[in-house]
Design a protein around this ligand. Structure first.
Ligand SMILES: [Cu+2]
Length: 168
């Protein structure tokens, strides 16, 4: 019981300490600087990240952004396998494109990172193929509100590596 009371006292101390320090920071940052302008410019950019692993899986099957935003998407490969064997990319398809049909074409397009030239009209945005330990970032404008599909087009991956990209 004594120990419990002691822990409460420690927690209470930290809470008070935090409160004090945040009050101090708030007061310090009231000085006007050039920063607000930069913050306004960045407000239009939504940063999202998605990762793929050596188990042929994305860490999420749903990404949501707001219409009118610029999207900065980072694809991270958290695995160790090289891109020749376990490469991942991220491709966002236009509304109405059949994902399985697209993936069937894409797996033949090794020379162009599994992005088939004949299907470029079906794509809103895509990354390059990366291997374990690598990451890549792309910027694109969020399309009109709706639900879109994304996939990894590396051969055999789209069955597992796919999801929905929602624009609100
Ligand atoms: Cu993949």
């Amino acid at each position: 019981m004594k120990k419990l009371i002691y822990s409460f006292a420690v927690v209470a101390f930290f809470l008070t300490a935090c409160k004090n320090s945040s009050t101090t920071t708030a007061t310090e940052s009231t000085t006007p600087t050039e920063q607000p302008a930069a913050a306004v410019a960045d407000a239009n950019v939504t940063e999202v990240s998605i990762s793929g692993d050596d188990q042929m899986k994305f860490d999420t099957d749903e990404i949501t952004v707001k219409a009118g935003q610029q999207v900065r998407l980072t694809l991270v490969h958290t695995g160790k396998l090289p891109k020749e064997g376990m490469g991942h990319n991220w491709i966002l398809l236009k509304d109405g494109v059949d994902l399985d049909e697209f993936a069937g074409e894409a797996m033949k397009a090794k020379d162009t990172d599994y992005v088939p030239a004949s299907r470029e009209g079906d794509i809103i945005a895509h990354t390059k193929v990366i291997g374990g330990g690598e990451s890549t970032t792309i910027d694109f404008a969020a399309p009109a509100p709706g639900t879109y599909q994304f996939l990894c087009s590396f051969p055999g991956h789209s069955g597992m590596m796919r999801g929905h990209f929602i624009v609100e």
